[in-house]
Design a protein around this ligand. Structure first.
Ligand SMILES: C[S@@+](CC[C@H](N)C(=O)[O-])C[C@H]1O[C@@H](n2cnc3c(N)ncnc32)[C@H](O)[C@@H]1O
Length: 388
């Protein structure tokens, strides 16, 4: 049983091949399981980018590791929460205390620190450069080791302080540069963070509600619906509007339709939309089980369904999910696409087995530590379940 106590799921750390370490190797960081979505956006938007590997840092992060000729286009990615440049790398580390010496020397000798400092200015034009730099180290560790995460952090701090390229001073509270040291099994990734918190938090999000999605996760849900100029996009559980606003940022569309049976959520969505992103319709009195929309009237559905944790309950979900899926399937156009995120994986499995959805791809993901599943679906032509 895992932390949420619900989804028996072992995420084995796959034995990973070593990276071809070199210059211009970037890391796009997302919530775990979303790295394929982050890479899909990078591949489409960053000319000549090539993915080299993916990694997961337990239930904390998913990483897509790729080369790109410049960092410029990476600033506008929406499915990524942070961008790092890989400044140092070591493979084949000892899991015993000798590993600490290897990590210290890898940090001291990391060859692409200067490249990362230059790339950082693209993301943060006001970033401090110069000879004297204050730094801090974020350390993460996955796998069995004879030393702890704090030991890893300490030896990286020592290694950086020993570098000759700048005068490095450890300063937790007012660092100019953030090093992220990630140890996964016998591999050390030493990145420098290029982005700051503005990449994770979006300025449109002025009204919040419990259960409101992380913007990069909402962007991934919208991105995976394969945005097209003529899209009519529906989110029948739109909450404060995060998925639809992210969709609006990803490209043109014909119409956005958001609905939620909670008027408070729709009031918040109206605040977040403001006067932007036209055309959009927001409805505060629609029940997702009885949508006042014609058959096949929308081309895309992108939604974060109630998980039964912050909204409703599992008992209620058991009663209602069948109706909701049937109704979404009814209003979806024959060539349409539907992307759904939920933690109700058992319920979804039962409904899918009964033909409620035509799932093309299902991915296990984690959102802020909570396990969930992401479903990419097309319209089920002869759904076995119809709304009662
Ligand atoms: C998980 S939240 C969605 C959050 C949203 N993606 C956001 O970022 O704010 C689920 C939403 O479904 C709504 N909801 C629950 N049951 C509903 C129903 N029968 N019809 C329409 N909306 C419903 C809740 O009010 C809640 O806002």
């Amino acid at each position: 049983m895992n932390r949420a106590g619900r989804q028996p799921r072992e995420r084995k750390q796959e034995a990973s091949r070593s990276l071809r370490f070199g210059p211009r190797l970037f890391i796009a960081q997302t919530q775990p399981g979303f790295e394929f979505a982050a890479w899909s956006e990078i591949k489409a938007r960053v000319p000549a980018a090539r993915e080299q590997a993916r990694r997961q840092v337990g239930d904390r992060a998913g990483l897509s590791i790729f080369t790109a000729s410049t960092p410029h286009q990476l600033r506008s990615l929406r499915c990524t929460e942070d961008v790092l440049l890989l400044a140092g790398y070591r493979y084949g580390l000892s899991s015993e205390s000798a590993g600490l010496d290897q990590i210290r020397s890898a940090s001291r000798e990391a060859p692409f620190v200067e490249e990362a400092l230059n790339a950082r200015v693209v993301f943060q034009p006001a970033a401090r450069a110069g000879r004297r730099l204050r730094f801090r180290v974020v350390a993460r560790q996955v796998g069995d080791h004879e030393f702890r995460r704090v030991d890893l952090q300490r030896v990286v701090q020592l290694g950086i302080a020993e570098r000759r390229d700048h005068t490095w001073r450890l300063d937790e509270d007012a660092a100019d540069v953030e090093f992220w040291a990630t140890q996964i099994g016998d591999e050390l990734l030493l990145g420098i963070r290029l982005s700051d918190e503005r990449m994770r938090h979006r300025d449109y999000k002025i009204a919040h509600r419990p259960g409101s999605l992380r913007p990069a996760v909402a962007a991934a849900v919208a991105w995976l619906s394969d945005p097209r100029d003529d899209d009519i996009v529906l989110d029948p559980f739109c909450g404060v509007g995060t998925v639809l606003i992210e969709r609006a940022h990803l490209g043109r569309y014909r119409n956005l339709i958001g609905s939620d049976r909670d008027p408070g959520a729709i009031r918040a969505a109206r605040e977040n939309f403001g006067p932007r992103f036209k055309p959009v319709e927001l409805h505060d009195d629609w029940d997702a089980g009885a949508l006042p929309l014609g058959d096949a009237s929308v081309t895309k559905i992108a939604a974060n369904l109630p998980w039964g944790i912050k909204h409703g309950s599992h008992v209620l979900n058991r009663r209602r999910y069948g109706d909701w899926l049937a109704e979404m399937n009814r209003v979806l156009a024959p060539e349409g696409k539907m992307v759904l995120l939920t933690a109700e994986w058992r319920l979804m499995r039962d409904l899918i087995e009964r033909g409620a959805l035509a799932v093309e791809k299902m991915s296990r993901v984690t959102v802020l530590g909570a396990p969930a599943s992401l479903y990419l679906c097309k319209k089920a032509v002869t759904p076995l379940i119809t709304r009662r």
